[in-house]
Design a protein around this ligand. Structure first.
Ligand code: ADP
Ligand code: MG
Length: 141
């Protein structure tokens, strides 16, 4: 079933000039970008995006990181896009991520881990709507 997921190429990966490599991995996995932009999140924007984590001990540090430089935010579309993207991302902690995954290739540690991916249809709907109005999402494929 074709579905959509939200992906973020985080500030650490943008700083490492890994944008092109990561987008190439999405395309090779048949995850087609249908919306995309580069933006520098203000800290309150990061706090809104990660509101689900606000009681976690790493919340403030995570939001400081996510607002430390530009990110690339994308909507990816494809069969089982949510699960497939989580698979090619690898585990949250890059040290535990399987070889060949994006986090194994580009992650530094459990916080600076290169990419974000929605984890369920409900979070995908919230996260896509957080960054993109419907009119900015390509609807032709
Ligand atoms: P994922 O991004 O794999 O879905 P989570 O939703 O659990 O992981 O966490 C959101 C983000 O918070 C992670 O991608 C990572 O950047 C950061 N994070 C998660 N756990 C920790 C931790 N124990 N210490 C610091 N940062 C963390
Ligand atoms: Mg998550």
């Amino acid at each position: 079933m074709s579905e959509r997921t939200l992906a973020i190429i985080k500030p650490d990966a943008v700083r490492k000039q890994a944008i092109g490599d990561i987008i190439s991995r999405y395309e090779k996995a048949a995850l087609k970008p249908v919306a995309m932009k580069l933006l520098h999140m203000a800290k309150p924007v990061a706090e809104g995006f990660y509101a689900v984590h606000k009681s976690r001990p790493f919340f403030d540090s995570l939001c400081t990181f996510m607002s430390s430089g530009p990110s690339v935010v994308l909507v990816l579309q494809g069969d089982n896009a949510i699960k497939k993207n989580r698979e090619i991302m690898g585990a949250t902690d890059p040290a535990k991520a399987e070889q060949g995954t994006i986090r194994a290739a580009h992650g530094t540690n459990i916080e600076f881990n290169a990419v974000h991916g929605s984890d369920s249809p409900e979070t995908a709907t919230f996260e896509i709507g957080f960054f993109f109005p419907g009119m900015e999402i390509y609807d032709g494929r």
